[in-house]
Ligand binder design. Structure first.
Ligand code: FAD
Length: 359
């Protein structure tokens, strides 16, 4: 494992909102999250080292997707796909929403989709460290180096070049470079449509508590969820908004004041009085082709596996994608979950995988 920054200061996995949902619109994303939540529930056991059980602090209060009349048909369409996949999800009317969540402003809503189990949030940084510790206990060596190139023989990579000039021979290589994955791909002459796009997270204090509060996806695109005594919230730029590549990881607090806070206050009256406690920003490793993960080999390379471009849902998919990558390398093909819909080939062939629930 070659990791240039063992502090993970800028890694998305350390800066994530660390939530998991089953409410996607494509079976492959749903199946990855179904495996993800099962894994997180068992993480203390599966990732224990010498009897020391990590705590990834999984909570499952659900996701709540809200819709106005305009958004309701999509919610219903997604609901059908999710029910077909066995997702524990309920469509609620505005009255049912108001009864369940009295703190929610429902006047403009036509409905909401609430995950009843298997959705919530966890401690992403603890998960990252638990994976690292478990891997090391099983014999994986971590090198605090930067990958700067590859040596090839035909369509095979034979070694990885590191920033101290040394080389690491390899039978197979995995590009797991997150928001920087396109740079690593370029070292292999592969054009990977993944860009580092800054996304902020704001931690806010509210005097009131919101009983049974799930992770709410508002009709405005703003999301919020409880985090201990606080709430965390954020949003992604709308179509047409400025969203430059590789923006410095500094938070633009103007985004909190507009559009986030007005949207929060319109949805929850108690949020009219909020205190901004702190904020951070991380990079979405955005797949600008179709906003979904890219998993598997590139047609031009026999022994390089890509695991990139998860576009805001990569932490919850990490356990399933990790298993799938291992199957590709060890067994030569998928054994448990077929991730062919996420293949690099779809990009080369120009076939988009349309996921309607991208946040
Ligand atoms: C604000 C925010 C909120 C998010 N919310 C969620 C969420 O709620 N749920 C969810 O599932 N996902 C969420 N995500 C997305 C999720 O965090 C990412 O998809 C996931 O963490 C990506 O993991 P990764 O290991 O691919 O990348 P990273 O965690 O970024 O790791 C990549 C690593 O590669 C290293 N690296 C890069 N280039 C080189 C090189 N040349 N040599 C050596 N090392 C190199 C980097 O140092 C880095 O540590 C969110 C992301 C952000 C930013």
């Amino acid at each position: 494992m070659v990791e240039r920054d063992p502090t993970y200061r800028r890694a998305s996995s350390a800066l994530s909102a660390s939530a998991i949902r089953q409410q996607f619109s494509t079976p492959v994303n749903i199946q990855l999250s179904q495996f993800g939540v099962e894994f997180l529930r068992r993480a203390g056991t599966v990732l224990s080292v010498d009897g020391d059980r990590p705590n990834v602090d999984l909570y499952e209060p659900g996701y709540l997707f809200l819709a106005t009349a305009a958004g309701l048909p999509v919610l219903k369409q997604n609901h059908r796909v999710q029910r077909d996949q066995g997702v524990d999800v309920a469509l609620l009317s505005p009255d049912e929403l108001a009864a369940r969540f009295p703190w929610l402003t429902t006047g403009d809503l036509a409905g909401g989709s609430l995950g009843l189990s298997g959705e919530g949030w966890f401690d992403g940084y603890s998960l990252l460290q638990a994976f690292r510790r478990k891997a090391q206990s099983l014999g994986v060596r971590y090198l605090a180096r930067e990958v700067t190139g590859f040596a090839r023989a035909g369509s095979r990579v034979t070694s990885v070049t590191l920033d101290d000039g040394s080389t690491l021979p390899c039978d197979a290589a995995v590009n797991a470079a997150g928001p920087w994955a396109a740079r690593v791909a370029a070292m292999l002459d592969v054009d990977l449509p993944v860009r580092a796009r800054r996304r902020p997270v704001f931690v806010v204090a509210c005097r009131e508590t919101l009983p049974r509060c799930p992770l709410v996806i508002d009709t405005s695109g703003v999301w919020f969820r409880p985090e201990g005594q606080y709430f965390v919230t954020g949003t992604s730029p709308k179509e047409g908004d400025e969203d430059p590549d590789d923006a410095p990881l500094e938070v633009d607090e103007r985004i909190f004041h507009h559009p986030i806070w007005p949207a929060l206050a319109a949805r929850v009256r108690a949020f009219e009085a909020l205190k901004l406690v702190r904020s951070w920003a991380g990079y979405y490793e955005l797949n600008v082709f179709d906003h979904n993960g890219i998993v598997g080999p590139h047609p031009s390379l026999a022994n390089v596996v890509f695991a990139n471009g998860f576009s805001g849902h990569g932490l919850q998919q990490a356990p399933g994608v990790g298993r799938a990558v291992a199957e590709l390398i060890v067994d030569g093909g998928y054994r448990s979950l077929d991730l062919a819909p996420l293949s690099f080939t779809r990009i080369v062939e120009g076939q988009r995988l349309m996921e309607l629930n991208v946040i």
